[in-house]
Design a protein around this ligand. Structure first.
Ligand code: SF4
Length: 333
């Protein structure tokens, strides 16, 4: 039996907007049915990766393979048969849903764009099923997006993304524009749908606490490059890269006792500009453990199990740097 292709493969993906090196050599594989969270601060290039996958922007270099097909250089027309294989949910449903279209038309649009002729009655039935699957009543199809709440609108976006039965869903900060009170319910919905339907997902987020709900694997991005990859269990238990350790130390945790014991690592300065990234390790201007070599030599990716971390101090067993200990000794000295 031939092995099933991975849902998504990125090989050395590069996206430069003129002199801005937004994405600079990202390689990532998402097996079928698995969820990878792509985590990083705003400006790290993570949303640009998602946009390259759905070809909203044309990558400068590298390969994008969806379900085994290289889609990097396909024309719009050649792309059409593959379009239903991948869908995207954007951050802000108010901006991504056409306000002049009824919700039913919005949700059915991917079917229309696929070019397949589907009788109206069947189309309406599929829309109703999809709306109910995301927790909305079928009658919502006859309303306009602005008549709904933010959370309901994001449910409409999810119904629209799933109606073409994609193998891969790109969820780009799907809850960050929503009220805090509805964020958890939309995340839970995505997690339930993913388990039921089994699509693979690239979940783009700056919120590490959201990752705990959904992700099987985590990829951490800093200034256009991946600095660490690994299973969620390993990364939460033993983050290897100083940047991942700092992000995790600052992420809120549900347990109030653990929350009080947290010692967030303060990274100081903002993310440097992608116009002129630091030499050597790009994280060195904010890394509490930086030393001479970090400015002159780009750190190699050290394999840790199925994942990796790119830091001069990381050992193949994942041991090495500990920014929390470094910060504590600095405070004590
Ligand atoms: Fe810090 Fe150097 Fe490791 Fe980069 S390579 S993360 S600057 S210790």
């Amino acid at each position: 039996m031939t092995p099933q292709p991975d849902a998504l493969e990125l090989e050395d993906l590069v996206m430069h907007f003129g002199p801005v090196r937004a994405v600079d050599g990202v390689s990532l594989t998402i097996p079928r049915g698995r969820v990878t969270a792509l985590v990083g601060e705003s400006g790290s290039g993570k949303s640009t990766v998602g946009r390259c996958v759905v070809r909203l922007v044309e990558p400068t270099a590298g390969v994008v393979r969806i379900a085994g097909t290289d889609v990097t250089h396909l024309s719009r027309r050649q792309l059409r048969p593959h379009r239903s294989a991948v869908s995207i949910v954007f951050q802000d449903p108010a901006a991504s849903l056409d306000p002049r279209m009824l919700v039913g038309e919005v949700v059915a649009e991917p079917l229309r764009l696929s070019g397949r002729r589907i009788p109206r009655r069947d189309r309406e039935a599929r829309v109703a099923t999809e709306l109910e699957r995301v927790g909305l009543r079928a009658e919502v199809a006859r309303r306009y997006p602005h008549e709904l709440s933010g959370g309901q609108r994001q449910r409409v976006s999810i119904a629209r993304a799933l109606i073409s039965e994609p193998r891969l869903l790109i969820a780009d900060e799907p809850t960050s524009a929503l009220d805090v009170s509805v964020q958890a319910s939309v995340l839970n919905l995505l997690a339930d749908l993913q388990r039921d339907i089994g699509f693979a997902c690239l979940f783009i987020t700056h919120d590490l606490s959201a990752v705990e709900y959904l992700a099987d694997d985590i990829a951490v991005m800093y200034l256009g490059q991946l600095v660490e990859k690994g299973s969620r269990e390993r990364i939460f238990a033993r983050p290897a890269h100083p940047y991942t350790q700092a992000l995790l130390s600052a992420a809120p945790v549900a347990d109030p006792v653990r929350q009080r014991q947290r010692q967030p690592v303060l990274l100081g300065d903002d993310l440097p500009s992608a116009l002129d990234p630091p030499s050597g390790c790009r994280f060195r201007t904010r890394c509490p453990l930086a030393f001479d070599r970090c400015a002159s030599e780009v750190p190699a990716q050290v394999g840790i199990g199925d994942g990796m971390a790119a830091c001069h101090l990381v050992q193949p067993d994942g041991s090495g740097p500990d920014v929390r200990a470094a910060q504590t000794s600095e405070v004590l000295s």
